[in-house]
Design a protein around this ligand. Sequence first.
Ligand code: SDX
Length: 391
Amino acid sequence: SSGYFTFDPGFMATGSCESSITFIDGAKGVLLHRGYSIEDLARDADYIEVCYMLLHNKTPTSEEYADFKNTITRHTLVHDQLTNFFRGFRRDAHPMAMLCGTVGALSSFYHDDLDISDPEQRLRSAYRLVAKMPTLVAMCYKYNVGQPFVYPRNDLSYAENFLNMMFSVPAEDYEISPAVARAMDRIFTLHADHEQNASTSTVRLAGSSGANPYACIAAGVASLWGPAHGGANEACLNMLEEIGSVDRIPEFIARAKDKNDPFRLMGFGHRVYKNHDPRATVMRESCHEVLEEMNIDDPLLNVAMELEKIALNDPYFAEKKLFPNVDFYSGIILKAIGIPTNMFTCIFALARTVGWISHWHEMLSQPGQKIGRPRQLYTGETLRKYTPIKK
Ligand code: SDX
């Protein structure tokens, strides 16, 4: 009715859309962000550079990079009243429940970037969200473990700042290992965007109604939470704990093959990749790098490596095109860094925020934007007479 959003039955009839952000060729295992291969980006770019490129459709010059990094750094603080929101949660609240609530609540603090028809305000809210997600995610963890919130610092990189907010305590600083910070930054990059996955489509659909950016990202967080999607890395580590030892792997492989058993190998398979998940290839390198660097000898991680080896050599998985996906290795790295499994999906949401908000910004930049309305195939009753019941 505002004339800005009118109903068009044709639009998003199949839930499809046009986008120039990410290209995936599932059969060939190709993933490009704005034309750049994920392999190149994960190896040679840092996450801040990837954020700039996703939002602006080009890699930054060194001046643009420095300016963007400074802008993000200076938006990392959240309004101090947000700490009151956490006080309302139980201490054992799932971090995704707290993240969902507090991200949506951000819209009550920033009234200067809610005019979604203004590209400048859209970008300002995008920068705020990219900057504040690490702070909110770390606050969820600190609240769970009963430690005081740690404020962001302007002298640290994006990944270092997150690790410091997660693990430093007033009694002693957290010593940031460059290898861990590099692995964390790479995990952010490898989860930054992934075309029209369930949570990104959720953000786009919410945004098509004119909802504010913070509400749209809260919707994306909610959608990502599911174990078939972003909850897979947490589910993967829980599965490894259930397997417990290398000698029990065959039992679970048999269950994964049993059609009458709902069990699925968490961290394996993908809706689109029917060859290999290119992110998993890079993530696997990081995984082994971190395990060596940290000299980790965790029985759970040994189970993971053995499961990977067995599954990759099993003809059933090859026939079903079930390869380890990005969540399989990211879960292992996060556990090696000391992050509890219930935080894994929050970290996925942190990293994916830039992808979500880039799609949101792109959609609202497209002329003639209309509210989304995926169609349905009606399978219900035809018209029938209603007989009121005697009350
Ligand atoms: C993400 O969309 C995205 O881009 C998502 C994501 C992103 O970046 O946003 O990539 C992030 O969500 C990665 C996926 C994380 N999820 C998991 O790891 C959960 C475990 N995996 C599955 O639940 C499953 O593989 C899905 C949900 C990912 C895909 O499911 P599909 O589309 O049903 O898989 P499919 O159709 O290709 O399955 C082919 C066959 C089926 O058997 P049949 O019906 O042919 O007999 O393989 C079976 C499936 O039942 N199968 C599995 C399996 N995944 C599929 N069998 C055992 N273990 C599995 N993990």
